[in-house]
Design a protein around this ligand. Structure first.
Ligand code: NAP
Length: 257
């Protein structure tokens, strides 16, 4: 009997990652590159974007950085155009750009609600639209949207109705696009992280809150970024060829309580 190992590699492909300057997006950009793909790093302009590009280039990876705002369809279109011109046809994408803040629902100004929905939900739609247009031209691809367990549960003690609603929207957007594009060979899936040790959660001022996050997570700690990267690379790879419309909760068991 012959055995065949599942294929988790991404060799020879071109990927685009939004939110690549920090946290999960940065880890995903490095992890995709380590799995063999060329990577376009997309984020707001700043030192984080320059640093991740420098790290990729220093390790011999074909990579570019394109400053772009995920709420601006023109800058996303330009990011895809540059990615394809400099790295080749786009067939992989991960949408990780996002923001979070908090306010009691009864006091939340419309502008605060709107900004979170614009970046965290509309930004994911516009990213998928720009990426999907390119993938449809090339006969297919795979997209992973970084949603959140907050799309399935309302986090105890966190006043973030806007964020939770936006993330629930990302999960259903993912399923909707997966169905629209299923017959044109684009797979669209979501990763929903639980509490993860990124700059968002490692600031000294949130140290006490993080102790609660850890105590409330069945595995007793936050996820490392690497623990989100592995499942993301899996969903991009041919090992996940029959997965589409999945919301993969990577939450240390949090949503089982
Ligand atoms: P992060 O470290 O703050 O990274 C998010 C990145 O997105 C930052 O570089 C940010 O830039 C960028 N960004 C923000 N607005 C943007 C825009 N309009 N256009 C382009 N880029 C923009 O956060 P993270 O913890 O890695 O989170 C990544 C994703 O995972 C988010 O969607 C988040 O909701 C989700 N998530 C995180 C956790 C967690 O516990 N950390 C849990 C569940 C889900 P600036 O820094 O300049 O704003």
């Amino acid at each position: 009997m012959t055995t065949t190992a599942p294929d988790f590699r991404l060799d020879g492909r071109t990927a685009l990652v939004t939110g690549a300057a920090s946290g999960i997006g940065r880890g995903v950009a490095l992890g995709i590159a380590g799995s063999g793909a060329a990577v376009a790093c997309i984020d707001l302009p700043g030192p984080g974007l320059d640093a991740v590009l420098a790290e990729l280039v220093a390790s011999g990876v074909r990579a570019i950085a394109v400053p772009a705002d995920v709420t601006d369809p023109e800058s996303l279109g330009e990011a895809v155009r540059r990615t394809e011109a400099e790295l080749g046809p786009l067939t992989l994408a991960v949408n990780s750009a996002g923001i979070a803040n908090a306010a009691p629902a009864e006091e939340m100004p419309l502008a605060q609600w709107q900004r979170v929905v614009d970046v965290d939900l509309t930004g994911v739609f516009l990213s998928c639209q720009a990426e999907g247009r390119a993938m449809l031209r090339h006969g297919g691809g795979a997209i992973v949207n970084i949603a959140s367990m907050s799309g399935s549960i309302a986090n105890r003690g966190l006043l973030q109705a806007h964020y939770n609603a936006a993330k629930a929207g990302v999960v259903h957007l993912t399923k909707s696009l997966a169905m629209e594009w299923s017959d044109r060979r684009i797979r669209v899936n979501a990763i929903s992280p639980g509490y993860t040790a990124t700059p968002m959660n490692t600031r000294p001022e949130v140290a006490e809150q993080v102790k609660t996050f850890e105590a409330e997570t069945p595995l007793g700690r936050m996820a490392t970024v690497a623990e989100i990267v592995g499942p993301t690379v899996f969903l991009l790879s041919d090992a996940a060829a029959f997965c589409t419309g999945v919301d993969l909760l990577v939450d240390g068991g949090f949503t089982c309580w």
